[in-house]
Structure formats: structure tokens, C-alpha cells
Design a protein around this ligand. Structure first.
Ligand code: MN
Length: 356
């Protein structure tokens, strides 16, 4: 009976600690572990509980061969390896730290080697029974190390000037003087070269180190507020504006023409309403042709940096009615500017922005 207990208790203890280790893994195995980059040598998940069960029996018997002879000296190293085994589950899964897991598993390797050396001098069968465990642990050390090395978060970027700009000033699809006399080269140089560029530069500077870093301009405009929103939205607004102008306008594509006629009665009527809205907008802002999710077009005036994306509308074209857009060429005559601006609209671009 005593002999039976000498084997049974270590095996039971090993399984109990193994089960506790699985329990404290919690949701990590289901929601965190599957997303890690793992070694191609990782065995199928089903193999792990099978391997551990066999190993728990072997290491339990190993301790039993010593305990059955009344040699209790082995207990210290045996219990230490079991404690480290449990601690590994805590570090790797419960704390989700492959780094701490790696440290613990290295300590476990050393402890198991010490156990093998210690028992080899006293009872070699106890040492041999631990060899599969050691081999498995060495393999597990490799798997843990692989996960640690390949799943590190990118290092925080420094705020040095070496940081690569996220958004670049898009090149104009025409020469700076190509839109004259509607828009003079001087207006383009200021409006595109200074105002637009400043919004891009500010956006890049403000998003650094924030969750917006790495997002597209549209996504930032949808999600941000304050200074980041003001600059990102102005960057996007100007991108749509300058991209939507052309010195050589063509006939409006049919699919946009049909939609405008359907929703505004006629192109003339649309032009008239669009110009009226642009002239009537008080202060700084934009006037847009936008479509909703069903493809219905509307004329949308927005204040300051606001963009139709914030109102679940898709912008197709826009006119900038901030004074900086027209003051050099038209001074306070916004109506004249808007009337002339309509001659430069690139309707191909507007149509290409349609999503429905
Ligand atoms: Mn502007």
C-alpha cells in the first residue's frame, strides 16, 4: 500500500498541477494564442494534452521509484520542477507574456537537468524516466522562444526628424499655371504649396505616436476630433479638391449625368443650386456633391474642415470657399469664383468616386 501511494501521489500531483495550469489559461488559449506567429514545427493542438499526460505519468513514476525506497531527498527538485511547470502556464498564458514564459521554461530546463543528474547517481531508472520530459521541454523552449522573437511589438518611434512622413503632398495632376486665368499660378502656389502642405505636415506631426498612426486619411477623418480632425479633414478635403480640377474638362460621364438629372432635374439646375449653396455658405467651409449609401446625390455645405464622410455620405467633388481659395484672384467676389470654378471641374474624377 505504501509503495502504491509512493507512485500514485506524485502522478496525481502532476496531473492536478497540469489541470490547474490549464484552468488558469482562461480565455488566452482561445482568443490570444491562435493569433500568435508560431514556429512551423508546432505540433497540432491535440498532441499537447496527450504528450503532457504521458509525461506526467513518467515523471510521477520517476519520483515513485525513489519514494518507494524511502528516499525523500528527491522531493525538493521534483516539486521545484512541478512548481516551475505551473508558473510557466501563469506567465505564458495567464499573463500572456512569452518573454516571462521563456525565462521560466529555461529555469525549468535547468531544474530538470539537475534532477536527472541527481537521480542518475542514486537510481538510474528515475533519471531515464525523466529524459522524454527533458526532450519535450527543450522542444517547448524552442517553440516558446520562437513565439517570443516573432511576436514582439514594433518599437516606439522616436520623435526625431528621421521619422518617415505618413502622408505625402500629392502631386498636382496639372501644371501650377494650367488653371489660369480661373485660378492663377500664384493662388495654386499658396493654396496648394502652402495651405494644403501645412495640413499634411500638421497631420503627420499630430498623429505620431497616436492610434491614428497607420490609418488612412479617410479613417482618421471619420474617427478623430480636435486638432487631428481639423488638419486631417483639411488634408483630405484639399486632396479631393485639387485632384478634382482639370484644365481640360470633358463631357460629364453618362452614369453621373443620369444621376444628376434624376436627383436635380437637370445639370443646369444642379449647377445653379450648387453655386447658390456655395455663395450662401457663411464663413469658411466647403460645398460638396455627395452620394448616400443608396446612390442618391445631394449638395452638402460643410463648415470649416467638416467632410461628408462624417455624415455617412460619400464625397464626389467639392469647392473650397475658404477665402484663401479665391482671395488673390477674386478678393471678396465669391460668386465670381464659384462660377469660374465650375469650368474646371473634372467630372471624370467625380464619377470615378461614385460607389453605387
Ligand atoms: Mn483651401
Amino acid at each position: 500500500m505504501k509503495k502504491f501511494l509512493a507512485y500514485f501521489i506524485p502522478i496525481l500531483l502532476a496531473f492536478a498541477v497540469g489541470a490547474l495550469g490549464s484552468y488558469i489559461q482562461g480565455d488566452a488559449l482561445a482568443e490570444w494564442y491562435p493569433h500568435l506567429v508560431k514556429s512551423p514545427a508546432t505540433p497540432p493542438a491535440i498532441l499537447f494534452p496527450i504528450a503532457w499526460s504521458i509525461l506526467y505519468i513518467l515523471i510521477g513514476i520517476s519520483a515513485g521509484t525513489m519514494l518507494a525506497r524511502g528516499d525523500m531527498s528527491v522531493l525538493r527538485l521534483w516539486l521545484l520542477q512541478l512548481l516551475l511547470n505551473f508558473l510557466w502556464s501563469v506567465c505564458f498564458f495567464a499573463l500572456r507574456s512569452p518573454f516571462m514564459g521563456l525565462l521560466v521554461i529555461l529555469a525549468l530546463d535547468v531544474t530538470v537537468i539537475a534532477y536527472i543528474i541527481y537521480t542518475a547517481g542514486r537510481r538510474s531508472v528515475a533519471a531515464w524516466l525523466f529524459v522524454p520530459y527533458l526532450l519535450w521541454l527543450i522542444f517547448a523552449t524552442y517553440l516558446n522562444g520562437y513565439i517570443y522573437i516573432n511576436n514582439q511589438k514594433p518599437k516606439e518611434k522616436t520623435t526625431m526628424s528621421t521619422t518617415v512622413a505618413k502622408f505625402a503632398l500629392p502631386a498636382l495632376p496639372y501644371a501650377a499655371d494650367a488653371l489660369a486665368p480661373v485660378m492663377s499660378e500664384e493662388t495654386i502656389n499658396y493654396h496648394y504649396g502652402k495651405h494644403f502642405k501645412t495640413y499634411i505636415d500638421n497631420t503627420n506631426r499630430l498623429i505620431e505616436g497616436t492610434p491614428y498612426e497607420g490609418m488612412g486619411l479617410e479613417e482618421i477623418v471619420k474617427k478623430s476630433d480636435g486638432a487631428i480632425f481639423n488638419n486631417a479633414a483639411q488634408a483630405l478635403n484639399h486632396r479631393i479638391y485639387f485632384d478634382g480640377l482639370t484644365p481640360t474638362p470633358k463631357v460629364m460621364p453618362e452614369r453621373l449625368y443620369d444621376r444628376i438629372v434624376r436627383d436635380f432635374g437637370s445639370v443646369d439646375n444642379f449647377n445653379k443650386k450648387f453655386a447658390e449653396t456655395a455663395v450662401g455658405l457663411f464663413g469658411s467651409g466647403w460645398v460638396w456633391l455627395a452620394e448616400d449609401s443608396k446612390g442618391k446625390l445631394s449638395i452638402v455645405p460643410t463648415k470649416d474642415a467638416d467632410n461628408p464622410l462624417r455624415h455617412h455620405l460619400n464625397p464626389l467633388m467639392c469647392v473650397d470657399v475658404w477665402e484663401h481659395a479665391y482671395y488673390l484672384d477674386y478678393q471678396n467676389r465669391r460668386a465670381d469664383f464659384v462660377k469660374e470654378y465650375m469650368k474646371l471641374v473634372d467630372w471624370d474624377k467625380a464619377a470615378s468616386r461614385m460607389q453605387s
